[in-house]
Ligand binder design. Structure first.
Ligand code: ATP
Ligand code: MG
Length: 424
C-alpha cells in the first residue's frame, strides 16, 4: 500500500502572488499511472494531496482543509462513491469530481446524488480535467464565501440578540423598580392614614385609656400588617429579579377579600363612593401568592374607585366556574380586551373574580393601550400608568386570564380567571 503523500506548495504558490494556488486538491486513485499523471497536470496550480486508497484519503481529510477532490470511482477496498460520502461528512463543503471507467449509469447517478459535482471518463484529456477542477474550485470558493457571510450574519444576529436582551433586562429592571414603588405606595398610603387616625384620637392627651387604647392597639396591629406587606412585596420583586422560583403558594380567597375590604375602606380613593365586596358562599383556594392576588385586586379596585370624581359604585364579586372559558366567543374589540398567556390552563374548576364600576367607562381608542407600562390618562403626578401592567404580569405568572369589558357611559368590568381548588 502506498502511503499518502503531500506535495509542497508550488513555486508559484510560494511567491504568494495568486490566492488561488493555495487551494488544495486531493487526488485518490489506486492506480499509480493516473495518480501520477494528475499530479503532473495540477502540481503547478494547487497544493496536492495524493492517496492510493479510501482510508488514507480520509486520514488526509481529517488533517487538511481540502477545496476539491478527484476520486476514482472503482478502487479496491473502499469504493470512490463510499469515500465521497465519508469525505462529505468530514468536510461538507468539499467539491468532488468522480473518475469513471466502465461504470453503469446507476453508479454515476448515485455518486451525483451523494454530492459529487462532476464526473469524467477515463482516460481523460487534460483541458477537460483542468476545466472541471477549475469549476469545482470556483464552486468551493463561492460556497465558502456564502458560508462565511452566513457565519458573519449569524454572529451579527447573536450580537443583536444579546444587545436586545441587555436592553430588555435594563428596561425590565427599570420597570421592576418602578413597580416596587407603585405597589409599596398602596400599603404606605394606608399606614399614613392609620397614623393620622391615631394622632387625631390621641390629640394632646398624655395618657390613653379604655376605648382609645383599644383603638390605638387595633390600628397598630393594622399598621404592622401593612409593614409586613411592604416587606413581602419587596421580597417578591427581588426574587423575581434574581429569577428565583417562588415556592408553591396557596391562598384562601375569602381571607384575601376580607383583607381587601379592610384596605380599601381606609384608602383615600374611597371618598364618597360605595364599595361592595361580596364573599364567596363557599371559600376556594387559589395557587397564587397572597400578596400577588391582593395586589391584582387592589390595583383594579383603586382604578375603579378613581375612575370618576363623582360618587359611584365599585363592586367586587367572585364565582366558581365549573366549565372552561369559551375563548372563541371573546375577542379584542372596541369594548373588549382579553389577555392570557400560553400557560393559561383553562380547565375547571376556575374562579372568576370581577371588579365592576358604574363609572364613565373606557373609550374605544384608549382601551388597547391600558395595559402598556406607563400609559395613564390621569393628571401628571397622579398616576404612574403601571397598575394594569403589574396586574397583567402577575396574572400571567399565575397562569390566569383577564377580560375587560367597558362601554363609555355604562362602566367597566375587569374579570380575572384563575385555576382554583375547591375546599371539601
Ligand atoms: N375602571 C376604569 N375605568 C376607566 N378607566 C380605567 C379603569 N381602569 C383603568 N382605566 C384606564 O387605564 C389607565 C391605566 O391604568 P393603570 O392602573 O395601568 O395606571 P393608572 O391607574 O393611570 O396609574 P396608577 O396605577 O399608577 O395609579 C388609566 O389611566 C385609565 O385611563
Ligand atoms: Mg392604576
Amino acid at each position: 500500500m502506498l502511503s499518502p503523500s503531500i506535495l509542497p506548495t508550488s513555486s508559484r504558490a510560494a511567491s504568494g502572488s495568486d490566492e488561488k494556488v493555495r487551494r488544495t486538491l486531493l487526488i485518490v486513485d489506486d492506480e499509480e499511472g493516473p495518480r501520477q499523471s494528475l499530479r503532473v497536470v495540477f502540481k503547478e496550480d494547487y497544493n496536492l494531496l495524493l492517496a492510493s486508497n479510501g482510508l488514507d484519503a480520509i486520514a488526509l481529510a481529517q488533517k487538511h482543509k481540502i477545496n476539491a477532490a478527484i476520486l476514482d470511482i472503482r478502487m479496491t477496498g473502499m469504493s470512490g462513491t463510499e469515500l465521497l460520502e465519508k469525505l462529505k461528512v468530514i468536510q461538507p463543503a468539499i467539491e468532488v469530481i468522480m473518475l469513471t471507467a466502465y461504470e453503469t449509469v446507476d453508479t454515476v447517478r448515485q455518486a451525483l446524488r451523494s454530492g459529487a459535482c462532476d464526473y469524467l471518463n477515463k482516460p481523460f484529456d487534460v483541458p477537460t480535467i483542468r476545466k472541471a477542477v477549475a469549476t469545482a474550485m470556483e464552486r468551493h470558493s463561492f460556497a465558502d464565501e456564502i458560508r462565511s457571510n452566513n457565519e458573519k450574519l449569524t454572529a451579527l444576529q447573536c450580537e443583536l440578540h444579546d444587545q436586545k436582551l441587555q436592553e430588555e433586562i435594563t428596561r425590565t429592571r427599570g420597570e421592576i423598580y418602578a413597580s416596587i414603588i407603585h405597589d409599596i405606595n398602596g400599603p404606605l398610603t394606608i399606614i399614613s392614614g392609620f397614623i393620622q387616625i391615631i394622632n387625631q384620637r390621641m390629640g394632646d392627651s398624655k395618657r390613653l385609656e379604655g376605648e382609645d387604647m383599644e383603638m390605638v392597639k387595633d390600628r397598630l396591629r393594622r399598621i404592622t400588617r401593612q409593614v409586613s406587606n411592604c416587606i413581602e412585596i419587596s421580597h417578591r420583586y427581588l426574587s423575581f429579579m434574581r429569577q428565583q422560583p417562588s415556592g408553591p403558594a396557596r391562598v384562601s380567597v375569602n381571607q384575601i377579600l376580607d383583607d381587601l375590604r379592610e384596605l380599601l375602606n381606609v384608602h383615600p380613593s374611597i371618598g364618597n363612593n360605595t364599595l361592595k365586596v361580596q364573599m364567596l358562599p363557599l371559600d376556594v383556594e387559589l395557587q397564587i401568592n397572597g400578596t400577588d392576588l391582593i395586589q391584582i385586586l387592589l390595583n383594579l379596585a383603586i382604578n375603579a374607585l378613581q375612575c370618576s370624581p363623582n360618587p359611584h359604585l365599585v363592586e367586587i364579586t367572585g364565582r366558581v366556574l365549573e366549565t372552561g372559558l369559551d375563548l372563541a366567543t371573546v375577542r379584542d374589540g372596541p369594548t373588549d380586551r382579553i389577555l392570557y398567556g400560553q400557560g393559561f390552563a383553562n380547565t375547571p374548576p376556575m374562579l372568576l373574580l370581577s371588579v365592576r364600576d358604574d363609572g364613565p367607562g373606557i373609550p374605544a381608542d384608549v382601551l388597547p393601550k391600558i395595559f402598556q407600562p406607563y400609559f395613564t390618562t390621569k393628571l401628571p403626578g397622579k398616576g404612574t400608568g403601571l397598575g394594569l401592567a403589574i396586574v397583567h404580569r402577575l396574572l400571567k405568572e399565575a397562569h390566569g386570564c383577564l377580560h375587560v369589558r367597558s362601554k363609555p357611559g355604562e362602566g367597566t368590568v375587569f374579570n380575572i380567571y384563575l385555576p382554583a381548588t375547591l375546599k371539601r
